[in-house]
Ligand binder design. Structure first.
Ligand SMILES: Cc1cc2nc3c(=O)[nH]c(=O)nc-3n(C[C@H](O)[C@H](O)[C@H](O)COP(=O)(O)OP(=O)(O)OC[C@H]3O[C@@H](n4cnc5c(N)ncnc54)[C@H](O)[C@@H]3O)c2cc1C
Length: 366
């Protein structure tokens, strides 16, 4: 039976970036997904490389996000060079429309030396801005489906074994070790296993770590094609946002629904998103609907992901629970875990994301 250095369960953005990071460092890696790689939350994402409310972000998560932002430009150019696939990373900037929080945003930005522009009427002349709004010019975006396509090609080039349509049904554990993973059509012996199964991570772990509280939060999103003019920057208004793509399409996001493993899209959500979008940018009133989809975000009760070893098991690790920031935090999370395996000091303490940490039960999903 083939034995890999690492078996990674879950081939979304987190599993793919983790597999790549380990393979680049010389490890033999198998990446396993119950469906096709990268077709769940990661495909559904908007690709904003910023937290939704950076001024309230948990400090450890903020540091992971910050390093995601720093790593991305080089990460993308190495992917483009290696694969020829361009994920369209672009600094389109972000307008935050939350008038009630402008003072907090300015305080946060000044503590991080981030430039905030307040005179922004000229940036997008047709926008209905509130009295107070700010523009952060350094915020970037990318197109997740293209990023995932590039990652898939890169993993093949690095000889990572890709097992698709392979549903992990059981981890065979004994004496604090995982010995095998069992799936619908067979099993594999395990050296080390990393669970990157997003919203399904708790199901894969079973009762091996009862303090892993990960649940799916449904998010619906739409892509529309406006008939007139172009939007220049990302617009953020509470949980809602507009993301302009370079080809003129605009994404309208997103809903937050606590309805279990249900990915149904609804007319109610479509109308809610369309109404909000047209109230902010009237050009979207008669925009043609191109697609409406959804995904399941992996939410944790502690506002940060789980990265590191599962207590009581010497060879089971997690990299999961990135909620609304999995695209943003993927390269930094992968590096943090890979640095731990190679015994290198990293850009921050991985202990911040340990499983047996104290969780604040009041900090439930925002
Ligand atoms: C509408 C929406 C918009 C978003 N926008 C953004 C954004 O703008 N910026 C941002 O940073 N983040 C965004 N996110 C969040 C981001 O998408 C997630 O944080 C990220 O995709 C999580 O990645 P993942 O790899 O952990 O999970 P997933 O992409 O869900 O991957 C998990 C994988 O595990 C596999 N799996 C599950 N169970 C098993 C099993 N038993 N055996 C084998 N494989 C299994 C699944 O098939 C799946 O492919 C958004 C999410 C949504 C839904």
């Amino acid at each position: 039976m083939t034995k890999y250095d690492f078996i990674i369960i879950g081939g979304g953005i987190i599993g793919m970036t983790t597999a790549r990071e380990l393979a680049v460092r010389g490890a033999s890696v198998a990446l396993i997904d119950k469906g096709k790689l990268g077709m769940e939350a990661s495909w559904a994402a908007g690709g904003i490389l910023s937290s939704m409310r950076p001024w309230t972000e948990n400090p450890a998560s903020a540091e992971l996000s910050e390093h995601g932002k720093i790593f991305y430009p080089r990460y993308i150019s190495s992917l483009v060079d290696g694969t020829g696939i361009d994920p369209e990373y672009v600094k389109s900037g972000l307008i935050i429309m939350e008038s009630n929080h402008i003072a907090d945003i300015k305080r946060w930005a000044s503590s991080k030396c981030i430039k905030v522009k307040e005179k922004i009427e000229d940036l997008n002349p047709d926008l209905k801005l509130p009295d107070q709004a700010v523009f952060l010019s350094e915020i970037a975006q990318l197109r997740p489906p293209r990023l995932l396509k590039a990652l898939r090609k890169s993993l093949k080039q690095l000889s990572v074994s890709l097992y698709e349509n392979t549903d992990i049904t059981n981890l065979v554990t004994r004496d604090g070790r995982c010995e095998k993973v069992e799936f619908n059509s067979g099993k594999l012996s395990v050296e080390s296993v990393i669970i990157t199964a997003g919203a399904w991570s708790k199901l894969v772990l079973g009762d091996r770590a009862n303090d892993v509280n990960i649940k799916p939060i449904h998010g619906q999103m739409m892509c529309v094609k406006p008939t007139e003019s172009k939007l220049n920057s990302i617009i953020l208004d509470g949980g809602h946002y507009l993301i302009p793509r370079q080809d003129g399409h605009v994404l309208i996001g997103s809903t937050m629904e606590d309805i279990g493993f249900n990915k149904e899209t609804t007319m109610t959500a479509q109308e809610e998103l369309q109404d909000w979008a047209a109230s902010v940018w009237p050009n979207l009133k008669n925009a043609r609907l191109v697609k409406h989809w959804s995904g399941l975000r992996p939410s944790t009760d502690a506002e940060k992901p789980f990265i590191g070893m599962v207590p009581d098991f010497k060879n089971i690790y997690l990299n999961t629970g990135h909620f609304r920031k999995g695209i943003l935090q993927a390269p930094s999370s992968a590096k943090l875990l890979a640095d731990m395996f190679s015994g290198e000091s990293s850009f921050m303490d991985i202990g911040e994301f340990a499983l047996n940490r104290q969780t604040n039960q009041t900090e439930i999903v925002r």
